[in-house]
Ligand binder design. Structure first.
Ligand code: COA
Length: 261
């Protein structure tokens, strides 16, 4: 892996953990961190040995406390559009990855930090996590996909309440409204995220990749187009060794050993 200034990447078995490393700024995303995040995710996407990614923030206080306000304060209209597009493109790449990305939200997930978590496929939170889109308090709106993904995940009314008030919600409320998949005590957070990633990594990687693709496409497509893609991907899997292995293992009452072929 390349060397990164604002990220660390640790790999255990098939799971890579990417940690945003700016704890003194509550892991706020400056432009360089977004560039690095994009590059790191592209490296991990291309590496067939990686079957899942966990994304978290350094320290015990913040996942990511937003885009870097010191940088945003200098933006003009055109650079504002550019900054927003760069973040959106990086997060959209993440959302369309072939392997699952799990946000391990270990504290504040605000603004761009919540938007980053929303672009991940699954979210696990520690009990001290706090979620919010406080952009209107700064006179701006979410610019990394928050106005698009939050309503889709939790419903328009709940999303608008968060976007218009800018107030934070706690982990229990985030769980109640479906914003996070599970909440655990902070010392168990990474273990919980790894358990989830390991469960997925034990499944057929091509099947996992195509399931991610079907759900992503289905979200934006007509029902008929989405069903057609689902059938085609379903049929495509019949060409894989993994399908034969998965079904043989079931019939032989043993664990399947998927090889991603
Ligand atoms: N951008 C830049 N710097 C940030 C930041 C951000 N989004 N969030 C936190 N920081 C910096 C603070 O400026 C401070 O730096 P300093 O020590 O050099 O002064 C440091 O991180 C610690 O934050 P601090 O505000 O002192 O911690 P706190 O516990 O008092 O408050 C928050 C925590 C999360 C409530 C508060 O930092 C906050 O509101 N952050 C901004 C959240 C936001 O609006 N995000 C959306 C951006 S679009």
């Amino acid at each position: 892996m390349a060397d990164y200034r604002f990220l660390t990447i640790e790999r255990t078995d098939a799971i890579a953990t990417v940690t945003v490393q700016r704890p003194e700024k509550l892991n706020a995303l400056n432009a360089d961190t977004i560039v690095e995040l994009d590059a790191a995710l592209r490296e991990l996407e291309a590496d067939d040995a990686v079957r899942g990614v966990i994304l978290t923030g350094a320290g015990e206080k913040a996942f990511v406390a937003g885009a870097d306000i010191a940088e945003l304060a200098k933006m003009g209209p055109l650079s504002g559009v550019r900054i927003s597009r760069q973040g959106q493109d990086a997060f959209r790449f993440l959302e369309r990855m072939r392997k699952p990305v799990i946000a391990a939200v270990n504290g504040f997930a605000l603004g761009g930090g919540l938007e980053l978590a929303l672009a991940c496929h699954l979210r696990v939170a520690s009990e001290n996590a706090r979620f919010g889109l406080p952009e209107v308090k700064l006179g701006i709106i979410p610019g990394y996909g928050g106005t698009v993904r939050l309503p889709r995940l939790v419903g328009r009314g709940r999303a608008l309440e968060m976007i218009l008030t800018g107030e934070m919600i706690d982990a229990a409320e985030a769980h109640r409204i479906g914003l996070v998949n599970r909440v655990v005590p902070q010392p168990q957070l990474l273990e919980a995220a790894r358990d989830l990633a390991a469960k997925i990594a034990a499944n057929g990687p091509i099947a996992v990749a195509l399931a991610l693709q079907a759900v992503d496409f289905g979200y934006h497509a007509t029902t008929d187009d989405a069903l057609r893609l689902e059938s085609n991907l379903f049929g495509l899997l019949a060409s894989t060794e993994d399908m034969r292995e998965g079904m043989a293992a079931f019939l032989e009452k043993r664990r399947a050993e998927f090889r991603g072929r």
